[in-house]
Design a protein around this ligand. Structure first.
Ligand SMILES: Nc1nc2c(ncn2[C@@H]2O[C@H](COP(=O)(O)OP(=O)(O)OP(=O)(O)O)[C@@H](O)[C@H]2O)c(=O)[nH]1
Ligand SMILES: [Mg+2]
Length: 298
């Protein structure tokens, strides 16, 4: 069936490992044969034990201890070491010809934006016949500060341009900004106009408004957000803000899919977007329904 994988990237603490664990349990529950591949030499704990783990090749701790590197230099050293030992990775991945792989990557964004390391790893995966989908995670906290949000959009765009693979951006930790995003109850039938129901409706309206506001950030129209950014920066930077916003507008290719890990529909929606990007499942032979098979046996 061809080889498929997700490369889960994003800034430190953006929820990559949690995303991977969420995808692992979702895929397992839907009978997809899935494995976790860890590319973070500094990782300490996983909810699912990785099947392939860079720490079997090299760990950040050893590099820092033996070569006296700091954490960031050490991490780059580890990944360059991986690049010099790609036959190790190829062999480790060799046993999973038809399975679905999820790669958990480190949180140093320079790996995606200007170091050629991740790009080289992507090229190798493609050479080994993997259809690779880049999944760039940005956490919902980024939308609370517009300047931070723009820098997040630029980093996502930079990764997209640098890696040149099918790519989706995910806004993680949506449960923190909107308790039940995308899961709002419909108005109950026959709801009377008493005090408690009025309160309930007011609550719903407040949430709907928030949802609408949030949507501005999923499919950004930066020209609409520029005033907010300018109000937080000195006039000296307004021309620069305008130029950055114009750049984002000109590329018009950064959009985010919200993910609330507490909502199964939301997880499913993100996964179906990834599947779509790499055409996962299009070449699966339709299976005979179990009921039909039993009927035939009789
Ligand atoms: N509420 C909430 N917390 C989350 C979510 N995803 C991650 N977190 C928390 O955010 C923190 C960082 O999550 P990780 O999944 O370790 O993030 P990461 O991107 O793998 O971090 P690094 O590997 O260190 O770059 C942890 O404390 C998580 O519990 C989420 O969807 N909702
Ligand atoms: Mg992690």
């Amino acid at each position: 069936m061809g080889r498929h994988c997700q490369l889960v990237m994003g800034p430190a603490g953006s929820g990559k490992s949690t995303f991977c664990a969420t995808m692992m349990s979702h895929c397992q529950a839907t009978n997809r044969k899935v494995h976790l591949v860890n590319l973070d030499p500094a990782a300490e704990h996983f909810e699912y034990e990785p099947t392939v783990d860079i720490r079997d090749l090299i760990t950040l701790e050893d590099v820092m201890e033996e070569l006296d590197y700091g954490p960031n230099g050490g991490l780059i050293y580890c990944l360059e070491f991986l690049l010099n030992n790609l036959d190790w990775l190829e062999e480790e991945l060799g046993d999973y010809e038809d399975d679905y792989l999820i790669f958990d990557c480190p949180g140093q964004i320079e790996l995606y934006t200007h170091f050629p390391i991740m790009r080289r790893i992507c090229e190798c995966l493609q050479r080994w016949n993997f259809a690779v989908c880049g999944v760039y995670c940005l956490e919902s906290q980024f939308i609370e500060d517009k300047s931070k949000y723009f820098s997040g959009v630029l980093s996502a765009m930079s990764a997209m341009v640098n890696l040149e693979i099918p790519h989706i951006n995910v806004m993680t930790k949506m449960d923190l900004v909107e308790g039940d995003y995308g899961n709002q109850p419909a108005e109950e039938e026959g709801e009377g106009d008493n005090k408690s129901n009025r309160k309930k409706r007011a609550g719903r309206n407040a949430r709907t408004k928030t949802k609408k506001e949030l949507e501005r950030y999923f499919d950004p129209d930066p020209l609409l957000l520029i005033d907010d950014v300018n109000s937080n920066t000195s006039p000296r930077f307004h021309a620069l803000n305008q130029a950055i916003v114009q750049l984002i507008e000109d590329y018009s290719m950064v959009s985010f899919i919200p993910l609330n890990i507490r909502d199964e529909d939301s997880i499913n929606y993100v996964l179906s977007n990834i599947d779509n990007a790499i055409q996962y499942g299009e070449d699966i032979e339709p299976k005979e329904p179990e009921a039909m098979a039993e009927y035939d046996e009789e």
